[in-house]
Design a binder for this molecule. Structure first.
Ligand SMILES: [Zn+2]
Length: 394
């Protein structure tokens, strides 16, 4: 799996990031150290968060103590990589920054529980004269406290990639993975100006994942639906079993493995769709639909990708950006479904959920979703060119 983001687009050079996900095969001792590190990270997160809350109530000020403060009363923290603890401090600070900036969309940071939260830790690479603290070997990854951990790489870093940090994660089914983040310099891409014929309008769709203004849809693949049907079946089996019995535990394991499998399938689908579109079009227009509302709806087998649309949009954004292209986001209040894309007539009501409607003014027959995608594209391009004009005259 590869992801990338572009940052610092200045002076002709930019740094892009990409991730290699490697499967880890730790020794018994290394696995025990990982477990300890996961536990310490949760512990330090919860302690820092509790102190932040207390401090906030007492003084009305936001402050997070550093991990070093806790080491005397909790000496076991010294047994794990200090970098991982520092990263927890960074993550907590970041979670508060996001929350303060946009409290309506993001809740405040929560306490972590062993049962529900991911087992993971992150460590940054530091370069000393003696060499970097983290590096990869032919068949392993060298980490600060664990030493060289055996690993399988799906691909190798290219020349010039710099290892920035790693995240070690244990999945619910007990597998260990390492996400290795690399940074590399690229030339800033030339900005691509959109034209109507090279711009795609996309509407989020319950049934099709998205519908494009040219009528194209991304129908979630058959196998994704099948996986969901399987999961519903296992859930039903679990309901009938005696909790704690051997059968029950085996089935829980199966259930977790299938969940992971679906998450991977979904990610794969989203990456392929977003790459295809970002490579094929010069600009993409979408509506700023709140994905929070969407993901809070119950996920049914039929619309298995609901919660993936926010991720899809973000993938599109950075995949377009690294080619100098733009994702144009139209305001969520725009009347994209009610407006006739042929003549601009606006209906008083929303058209019926399914099927087509005939415009009372110009008589054009409009498929509900394709029509909306056409409007999103037209409104998006208008918005883009208005902003460009305003920028040039300023
Ligand atoms: Zn019309």
């Amino acid at each position: 799996m590869a992801g990338g983001q572009t940052r610092g687009l200045t002076a002709g050079k930019a740094v892009q990031f990409t991730t290699i996900k490697a499967r880890l095969c730790p020794t018994q001792a290394q696995a025990e150290l990982f477990e300890k590190t996961f536990g310490c990270c949760r512990y330090i997160w919860n302690r820092m968060l509790a102190d932040q809350q207390r401090f906030y109530i007492e003084t009305d000020k936001h402050f997070i103590p550093t991990p070093a403060k806790y080491k005397n009363e909790a000496p076991f923290l010294r047994e794990v990589d200090n970098q991982a603890l520092i990263q927890e401090h960074n993550k907590l600070s970041q979670a508060f920054r996001v929350f303060f900036k946009n409290p309506e969309c993001f809740g405040p940071p929560k306490f972590k529980k062993k049962k529900t939260d991911k087992d993971s830790f992150t460590a940054c690479n530091h370069k000393f004269e003696s060499g970097p603290t983290i590096y990869i070997t032919k068949d392993g990854i060298r980490m600060t406290k664990a030493g060289i951990v055996k690993a399988k790489f799906p691909r190798r870093p290219r020349n010039g990639w710099k290892l920035k940090r790693i995240t070690v994660e244990k999945t619910k089914s007990g597998k260990y993975y390492c996400y290795i983040l690399y940074g590399y310099e690229v030339k800033t891409p030339e900005a691509v100006a959109p034209a109507p014929e090279t711009t795609l309008g996309l509407k989020y769709s319950m049934g099709h994942f998205y519908v494009a203004d040219n009528g194209e849809t991304a129908d979630p693949p058959h196998w994704l639906r099948q996986s969901y049907e399987k999961i519903v079946k296992i859930q039903r089996q679990l309901n009938r079993m005696q909790p704690g019995s051997k059968n029950y535990l085996d089935t829980v394991q199966k259930y977790r493995a299938l969940h992971e499998h679906i998450a991977n399938q979904r990610k794969d689908f989203i990456h392929k769709q977003s790459s295809r579109i970002a490579n094929g079009w010069d600009a993409v227009c979408v509506r700023d639909d709140s994905m929070r509302d969407v993901s809070q709806k119950k996920i049914l087998p039929g619309n298995a990708l609901d919660s993936g649309f926010g991720m899809f949009r973000e993938c599109l954004r950075y995949k377009l950006a690294r080619q100098g292209k733009t994702l144009i986001v139209v305001d969520r209040a725009a009347l994209t479904t009610r407006t006739c894309s042929a003549c601009g007539f606006v209906r008083n009501d929303r058209p019926h959920q399914k099927g087509a409607w005939a415009c009372p003014k110009c008589g054009a027959r409009q498929d509900r979703e394709v029509n909306a995608a056409k409007n999103i594209k037209a409104m998006g391009l208008d918005q883009y060119f208005n902003q460009e004009a305003a920028r040039k005259s300023a």
